[in-house]
Design a protein. Structure first.
Length: 205
């Protein structure tokens, strides 16, 4: 019987850490076997400020994914938000981050910018070849990546995220952060309602 090929993915965001274990199928596509998620501790605006706290978040997320998958793989591909990188520098060397991951008992296979990982997940080959700018809105960081000729040629991270929208709503409406988050999730629209958009643009209302 052929040995199963299990791969691990670790996304260390500013608000949560997500760990995924997947089995690579014969056709090359991953089959998700385990998923673990927990709040991110020890990171502020994309910068590691407390290695011990971050390592605990990572370890907890990894344990949850391993328990669901019934696997004990400790080697992971890691995604993390980074600032101002050109294509030739996309391999991240962050001592604080690397130490936090090692403290959690995780072996790093590679570290890549989160926005590049997002691009691999949602952009087609055509998008990446013709030239595309991808914006990935996170909790406290918004990642930007420029893809051209099939490759990421530039990345940037801005210290603005969805948590700022929540806090702005809470301040402007004079309500709690929790209520601001509820309003954002329930009433926020990715694009305007067609009827409203048509009325406002055609009739100037």
């Amino acid at each position: 019987m052929a040995r199963r090929h299990i791969v691990g993915g670790l996304d260390i965001g500013t608000t949560k850490v997500v760990s995924v274990l997947a089995e690579v199928s014969p056709n090359g596509y991953p089959i998700i076997k385990g998923l673990g998620e927990c709040p991110t501790l020890g990171v502020r605006k994309g910068v590691v400020i407390d290695k011990a706290s971050l390592s605990k978040s990572i370890a907890q997320a990894v344990r949850l994914s391993q328990a669901m998958a019934g696997e004990t793989t400790n080697a992971f591909h890691v995604a993390f938000p980074v600032v101002n990188q050109l294509a030739e520098d996309l391999e991240i060397v962050d001592g604080q981050l690397a130490e936090s991951i090692a403290m959690a008992g995780v072996e790093i296979l590679e570290i890549i910018p989160s926005v590049v990982a997002s691009g691999e997940a949602i952009l087609t080959d055509t998008h990446k070849k013709i030239g595309t700018v991808l914006m990935d809105l996170g909790g406290a960081i918004t990642g930007l990546a420029v893809f051209d000729q099939g490759l990421p040629v530039y990345t940037q991270a801005l210290a603005v995220g969805s948590e700022h929208i929540t806090s702005d709503l809470a301040v402007c409406l004079r309500t709690s952060i929790g209520e601001g988050e509820r309003i954002k999730r329930n009433l926020g629209l990715a694009e305007p309602e067609p009827a409203v958009f048509w009325k406002s643009t055609v009739w100037g209302v």
